[in-house]
Design a protein. Sequence first.
Lengths: 333, 486, 299
Amino acid sequence: MTADATIDTTPAAGSKRERTRAQGIRRFKWAVLTPFLALMLFILMPALLLQGYFSFFAFSIFDAGENTGFSSYFEASEWVGLDLWSDALSDAKFGLAIIRSLLFATGVTVGCFIIGFALALLMYRPFRGQGIYYIFFILPMLTVPIVIAYTGEMILYQNGPLNDILSIITQTRVEAQFLYKQEVALTSIAFLEIWNWTPFSFIIMMAGLASLPKEPQEAAQILGANKWRIFWEVQVPLLRPVILLALILRFLESMAEFPKTWGLLQGGPGSATETVPVYIFINAWQFFDISYGAVLSYLILFMMAGIVLSAIWLLRREKKSLDAMYESKPQEG
Amino acid sequence: MKISKTNLTRRQALKTGAAAAAVTAASTGMAGKAFAGSAEDAIIKAAKAAVPGGQDITGIIWSNYQVALSGPMQEFGKATGIDLKKIQDISTFEIPQRAMAEALSKSPEFDIFHVDSNMIPSLASAGLLEPLDQYLENAGVKINAVGNFGEFMTYKGKTYGVPTDGNVHVQFIRKDLFEDPDERKAFADKHGREMTWPETWEEELELMNFFTRPEDNLWGSANLRDRGSSLAWWYMYLYSAGGFPFTDDLEPNIDNDAGEYAVQTFLNVKSASHPEAAGWGTPQMIPRIINGNAFSCQYWDGIIALAENPDKSKTAGKWSYGPVPGSKFSGKLIKRSISTPIVSMLVNRHSPRKEAAAYLAAYMATADNSARIVGDRVNTFHDPWHVEHFKEGSLPAKTYTPGGMAAIEQNLQITTPPIYLTGLLEFETELKRNLSEAYAGDKTAKQVNKDTTDAWARSVRRIGKRRLKEEFATYKALLPTIDLPT
Amino acid sequence: MSMTKSQRRHTFSAFRYLVLTVWLTIVAFPMFWMVSTSFKPDREWFAWPPVYISENATLQNYLVVWADVSEYAVDETGNLETVAQSLQRPWTALGNSALISVISTTLTVLFGSVLAYGVSRYGILSEGRMFQLLMLRMVPPIVLIAPISIWYSALGLLDSITGLVMLYFLTTLPYAVWMSKSFIDEVPREMEQAAEILGASRMRTIWEVVLPLVRSGLVATFLFILILTWSEYLLALLLSKTAVVTLPVELSKYQGSTEGRIYGRQAALSVGITLPLIVVGLIIRKHLARGFSFGMVRR
């Protein structure tokens, strides 16, 4: 879709100039990609391979004690085949952790998006004070998650300011427990996450709305469409790829949320906040059951890959249809 | 009584602090300082012979604990050139996990781990720990602890740790409420018996329920019920009921009557606990204790020093201390307290500086030095353990009040370790999860024990039954032989 | 009862201010609470009813946390005793955080934008590959941390700035490429062609024509990546020991404090962690106003 039309092709094929040019581009391409691929090859790949190894060979930290050196990890591992995989697949706690994470991520994604989009809709046309609101609205994104966790604790504490404010508003003593009741604990963390990351959705939607072409809206207005119809039938369809992107990115990020959940509740009360990252953390870094952690990690990788690939497929489809729509219009260049 | 309050930088303070500490040691009239110095001198001599010229060493220590250690450490550094220069400063509750991570990476980076000695089996199995017997012998140091406590530093016959702290749970009761005539009368009217010091968990529960008054922001119990550290209480309930977590064949041994009693006792306290207690760890609970929002609890003995410090506590002078309650479940009254975490110094086997580290650790365990460490009035993280600490007029006795010291000694006589086996973190995490779910109302006591049994059986398989059986005798040997403190 | 156009506009305007102000309150309150708590003396940390603005405001929390000042008193026997002492060495952590996040963000944005330029102008990565790049971001760091720590220990990269920077580079690169590409795409190619026709070299064209036009976008990208690296917690926690402790890890030490939650100190440290990013954000606010749409909208 990109630049090929303008700069690098134009088939004067065979001409010497074009050939050096193509060579130059290839050289540039590899010069750029090499450091990145090198990192992938030397950092990520070995980690993934080790992970794969440990998922079939049970490693015990308590057998690795006698020797030193890198090879001792392999000496302390024992072939168990698919045992750990079947353990993991029948692990009810892991299943619950996945459900919790999915619920959490979905709730957060939708929450961030609705608030972010609503704010963007109210704000994308200039008005007095727009700049001030804008700055304030992006502040939460600039706040470190672990800070949010601790500040959240101070506010949500039973004798904290939130209950006090609610008490003043309702004129009764509100003694809600936001963190230590297991029905609401995950929801409270979800609200902290929404607070933290609404700016992200907001900024994306602001950029999206601001860049919408005026003509279709004006045309619709002339045709007598009301604001609501213009919104649903003109603006939203044009925004679909942006909306989808805002949703996907937010979903991925909240699936991986760890600092707030761990910093505040470490999986409790009960197991109410034992999300996937927390559960893997407990297995790999509390039990040092590296092998079981590896299996869990791979399962999550597969699951995420499935989610992401289908999301990307959707996104590409949306973007293509949007591109096609623009290209069919003669005035676009 | 404060003469003046002044702000200094930490560097200045440590310097002055060391000087002041030296003065303290001399002025508090520790019996024959000139002679007592010989124990210290012997260690210094051994260290100098082993590491001529000294060495800079590194460690994982929580700075809260480090402050009280800094006096002896600086003296040792001056005399031998062995200085603890670099520390990784993380909280004691996180150090077990970090030490395991060091064992995983077999890193020589840290020389000393200042960590719960109950991690010794796991860390030794993972190959991280250096046995200290030879060094202690060279330096002429004996770990002279109250009761069976010295054994807590050993594993399969070798000594792996030097204690700096003698953590044990002590019964706390609000004296002012307990002795109030109106309260006593009301209690007698209600229960048909006099209010007495609780001998059993059941008696304690009755007391705690009686003093639970949400309208006055007063709750009967300040026992922890969070997922993090509430397990300490479960151990007391189980051991005092005559139970034990595993059979001799390393089968989980809690899905039975004693196990159910322990969990049920754990859950019963809910009626006298603040509704948010399920999420409160020590950081949230201690303010409640010292601010007068709780009637009683079993708590770590270090809190005595905090609760009796009028600068920090609203309840100074209002507490009685004693042995923890017990249980008649097994047919006779047994009382069991618990020691976790017992912060002690362990040495990294992978480190090229392990000798220097071992002698530094040994230096902390002499009668004088340990008294200065646990006797620090403000940095009260280290608690008494040495036989000498409990002699009349000792420095720790001043910090902990005589009543407090008596209670500590009694509880040390009947103290127990948590599951002193390889895989402690794993066993405990599984149990914590289930207990915490039960406390939240999702599980019954029976289910807790069933689910924990399953999880433990898996852990035993993973860690290796043979390995665990080999160390099981060490664990059992740590349990006290007497039912009640003398 | 139909409203006139101007009436409707007024109603809408009032509604807008109302909604925005409500959200403004929600956004600002935690910030306010953090700052206000950082000035409270310890008796007010848990007070009921809560103290909103302390009448006994004190700098003690900041001094203890940041200036390494401990409170000392002399007792009746003339001994010096500590009344409160700092847990923290936050300046070192601040230095580490700044170094790590600035280095890795600069590298990522520099490299990412060059890559993005190549994609935008020469198609060096197909659209499919670009989407695959996003998958790097989908890997929750927790799933790789154990093997990475074993691998790093074999390479001697544990507790090193290089080790963390490399991981931050990899995990934030997708955002850097996507964001900067969307900004580069917006620069009309005609301008580059014109410059080339006028005889400017490739580098000069990029430097003098393209760069000024995408500067705003790159600055926004930089800030966004900086946010991610500055606040990263898990990798920094598990791969650091003594040498590269970062601020979020430093703050998490309050977690296990046994003298009760020390809200005031924690807040004073939190303010210090938050402030640098907010200052940077405010300085470059005008570059942020365009937002970022990752090229999902045609302009």
